[in-house]
Design a protein around this ligand. Structure first.
Ligand code: HEC
Length: 166
């Protein structure tokens, strides 16, 4: 009998110890999750954030856009119903680069060139802009207003211009 009780005591002692370990451990892991980031962690995050600088065409292209395109296509690229089309998720913005360059350089006539009869305004061509400016503004609209497409380089603008010279 005495032996038995001893055994019982030891078992419950061991169980108790185990329970404590489990409790402590779960306590620890929940602590870990909530732990606030250390200084070095914060520094690392801000380092990577500054590393991923926005490409220069965004700021440069925005300048051209504000000077030339904004009055019609609006600051948010939403356009004006019945007059100027939106540049958001538009095929001509995101698709074939030469189609976009053609519109910017040669312009587009409502209902004629683009079959967009719902937009009564006429867009003149902006071929007087430099290769760099056109590349920047084209890249800007391809990567603004929720759009995402690879940028267009000044070299590609020059190549397009010489292809239509003939
Ligand atoms: C005078 C107003 C006006 C200005 C300024 C203007 N656009 Fe337009 N844009 C239009 C109109 C109107 C159309 C539609 C033409 C059509 O129906 O053929 C258009 C069409 C477009 C399209 C084709 C959209 C589609 O879905 O077919 C793009 C891209 C575009 N413009 C970009 C630009 C850029 C870039 C600039 C500045 C360099 C600019 N536009 C300046 C009025 C304007």
């Amino acid at each position: 009998m005495v032996k038995n009780r001893l055994l019982k005591d030891t078992i419950s002692g061991v169980l108790c110890a185990l329970a404590t370990i489990v409790l402590l451990n779960s306590c620890n892991s929940s602590n870990k999750k909530k732990a606030t980031p250390t200084k070095t962690e914060i520094q690392n995050v801000s380092k990577t954030a500054t590393k991923a600088k926005p490409p220069p065409y965004l700021a440069e292209g925005r300048k051209v856009y504000r000077q030339v395109c904004l009055t019609c296509h609006q600051a948010n690229g939403g356009g004006v119903p019945g007059l100027n089309p939106p540049l958001i998720k538009a095929d001509y913005v995101l698709g074939d680069k030469n189609n976009l360059l053609e519109i910017i350089i040669k312009g587009s006539e409502a209902g004629l060139a683009r079959n967009k009869s719902e937009y009564a305004n006429v867009m003149q061509g902006y071929g007087m802009l430099g290769d760099e400016e056109i590349a920047n503004v084209a890249s800007y609209i391809r990567n603004s207003f929720g759009n995402k497409a690879d940028p267009i380089t000044a070299g590609e603008v020059a190549a397009y211009r010489s292809s239509i010279k003939k």
